[in-house]
Write a protein that binds this ligand. Sequence first.
Ligand code: ADP
Ligand code: MG
Ligand code: MG
Length: 898
Amino acid sequence: PKYVYSWGAGKADGNGKMKPLLGGKGANLAEMSRIGLPVPAGFTVTTEVCTHYYANGRKYPADLQRQMELGIAKVEKVMGVKFGDAKGFPLLVAVRSGARDSMPGMMDTILNLGLNDETVVALETATGNARFAWDCYRRFVQMYGDVVLGVQKRAGEDHEPFEVVIEEAKAEFLGNAHAEDTDLSADHLKEVIARFKTLVKDRTGHDFPSNPWDQLQGAMSAVFGSWMNDRANVYRRKYGIPAEWGTAVNVQAMVFGNTGSESGSGVAFTRDPATGEKVFYGEFLMNAQGEDVVAGVRTPYPVADLKKQQPASLKELERIRGVLEKHFTDMQDFEFTIQDHKVFMLQTRNGKRTGVAAVRIACEMVKEKLIDWKTAVSRVPADQLEQVLAPIFDAKAVKAADKIATGLPAGPGAATGKIYFNADRAVEANEKGQKVLLVRVETSPEDLRGMIAAEGILTARGGVSSHAALVARQMGKVCVCGAAALHVDYDKRTLKVGKTTYKEGDFLSIDGTAGTVYAGEVPTAPSEVVQGLIQGNKKAQKSGTYQNFVQLMAWCKKATKMVVRTNADTPEQTAQAVAFGAVGIGLTRTEHMFFEGERIDAMREMILSDSTEAREAALAKLLPFQRKDFLGIFKALNGFPATIRFLDPPLHEFLPHTKEQQLDLAKKLGIKVEVIMNRVAELHEFNPMLGFRGCRLGICYPEITRMQARAVIEAAVEAKKKGIKAKPEIMIPLVGFAKELEIQVAAVHAEAKAVMKETKTRVSYSVGTMIEIPRGALTADEVAETAEFFSFGTNDLTQTTLGMSRDDSGSFLAPYAENEILPKNPFASIDQTGVGQLMEIAITKGRQTRPNIKLGICGEHGGDPDSVKFCHKLGLAYVSCSPYRVPVARLAAAQAAL
Ligand code: ADP
Ligand code: MG
Ligand code: MG
């Protein structure tokens, strides 16, 4: 079998499509060579050799040595030099690892391999450049000693041993331990190398290998060995890369960026990876080799500066930039070296980019006819699309800002404002026109008003699925949660971080894309997309960001099969989601409407009532509020359907829990505080998640269901009179038994009938259920007798299937991920094998009874790209997610359908 694939002089055995066999780096080196780009000759030892190596007790296939000798011979021929030549210019090689995808944790590259005490002299003679020759040798011994021979920092040592030798030499020869490497003369370097070799002998007990073939063997074994090192194993597990893939080894002729001031080394992107702008972007250093550019020891210059120093090289790089884009039809991230004014290409790959850049590049490449629209849709990572909607910090201001803490990036974007620790005070401040940040240890439904008033939310505790994070995402608010360095004192209204104390009203800024917290006011602006779509800002609509976004969404519409709805509780949220392309509401949580203003009082009165009559009287007060809310939502939807879920949470959530609040409420309602205390005690539950909630409330208090049905139907009637088409879909939560649904549906129909009779108006509506309990899924054929639609409530379905409470899972989810029990957070991305299987059962059984049953999903998972793709596969009609996730879900749904 063929183990060695050569390239060079405009030819190659392999090509860019052979990444599994040649690794990403090797495949693209072959491809670049084929298309005539200046690539130093070399060869790839395939990933199959890696697999063989591990399958056979770390031994190589018999024919490998012969093939490698042929490979070296070809390189020698192309380059006109000989490996190990002690007379003429010796061939030196780079040994470079290369898996399918670039993988941190793999072995570092070894440069200048082939040097020893004789060949270095030959190199010096051939080039007439002593400093250059000994600099190469110094680099080689150091890299090889470190990476292959393992001469590294030991426990208790503060610095790398080779670095210690260099610093001592600099102090001794130059009088400054931190002088630049380039200040060391050839003679200095000779002495450093001698000391390096002594170090190697002391540490390993062996002499530094001088035979180039031994060196090559050693380097290759080190690359293959690194495939199974701890760092690589951890990385592979995290990203699900199978060990069988193996890595390839690339052996390539060296070109030299360190021959002097006429040479250099750099990295570049064919477009700006941060903004996507079509400009040449990158940096370089003169008289530098390898990692000097990214190591941060010397500060590199922008590529444009080459114009002054080597205009011809810049022109050549510009030409290459064009060739690369045309050939690979994607933005490339590449590495180059200039040797005495000649440019060489050392690597290229598709460049990583921000969400903003991804959208811009995809759209512009379609315009440039480099790619078609389907490719454009498939290229933008769905998850990153949210970045295009997020408010933004001024980049310069961030650099200057004082970062005081980090937490989890829970709601992307930038926000700045005066800090408040209490929802009411935040609202008050906001009403006075202040920009506010709500800072809490963690948030609860009572903080909702404060969260609405705030630009951003910052919590000291809680994960990315905490209440704060969930609500923030739904509202498109910036949020950083779980910033453990924050010490919030509610009584003193202060926030302590380290030694600094911030008082209520002080400015802080948070970056919910990065999860960082800054002191003071860092300037921000809403994204142009939001300004254009939601605020109708004409200027923003002319911006490239806006137009590209709209274009991308139009393509998504063309491709998609499954549509996207939104989870929204207010007309504002609904209107936003519709602007983002939602075609209906998949979930309105009616209880969120009960927390605001006077409604919470009526709600509490209802809960405290001790008779049906008293409850009905209190409910009657809530009715007009609900009706108004629904009407507002119907208006915002303008003919799109709205799935309205009836009351779901346990009632105790609505009652005040501190003595002070209870006394307040008692006074307000004119009842004894003991009544409230007793009721709170009565409603106390050990497992509220599995307790008195969902349709269990409606079964015990049918008057609640009836009031809500009345509000929905009356609103629909009113809408009809105003010429607005309303399509309510009433959803009964937490159904596990067909009978539960039958009882609730009967109550809904009875009330609807009554309303239509009273108003002498007919409106249409449907009633269905949420599938969110395993029993409901398993008996879906029975449930479908009455349910006209199923909506998968995957939040609760995940909790009940896994037997894990989302709110309590923070303490063990991290070790569960580390131990690979859970590949992903199941509350963020659907557990496809477990929860997914229940969904499949429910779909199959539901369709047995009702072949055309409408199917959707309304859990938080509806905005997760992987889950969206899974829902497409299951054949759901729609997914539903928070407004700011709508574009993400639309993109994921389109990608699934391509
Ligand atoms: P990584 O995968 O970490 O980027 P590379 O194999 O690309 O590692 O090597 C790192 C650096 O070494 C390159 O960016 C380049 O500067 C230098 N390098 C690699 N191969 C050669 C070569 N043939 N000639 C000169 N420099 C090289
Ligand atoms: Mg590289
Ligand atoms: Mg639920």
